[in-house]
Design a binder for this molecule. Sequence first.
Ligand code: ZN
Length: 118
Amino acid sequence: MKISSDSEKFIINSCRELFFKWYGASEVREASKRKVPRYKKDGTRHKVDGVEYQCASCGDYYKSGDIELDHKHEVGRGETIEEKLEILLDVENLQVLCIGCHKDKTREYMFERMVGET
Ligand SMILES: [Zn+2]
């Protein structure tokens, strides 16, 4: 299908938003989760444990707000919009990364694309 790159961007971004909205509390996140004991000021243990998620890249554990879902195979690698959507919506293609590792990975990918296009 031939569509303008603006339309393609719009479709991909809308799908990405919906995908993460519906798939926000995904099995991928759950699989990387561990419970950690929490303690009160007096040193006694809280009834409810805290949770942390393991980054698939550096292996460290992070709080929920410090991790992001990443597409292992970047969506932009698809040649056509159909391919991009297929990559975007593939649950098997997701992994949990900490914000730092996700930034590094994105930066590397953008650099690779920039170099590739010149
Ligand atoms: Zn990491």
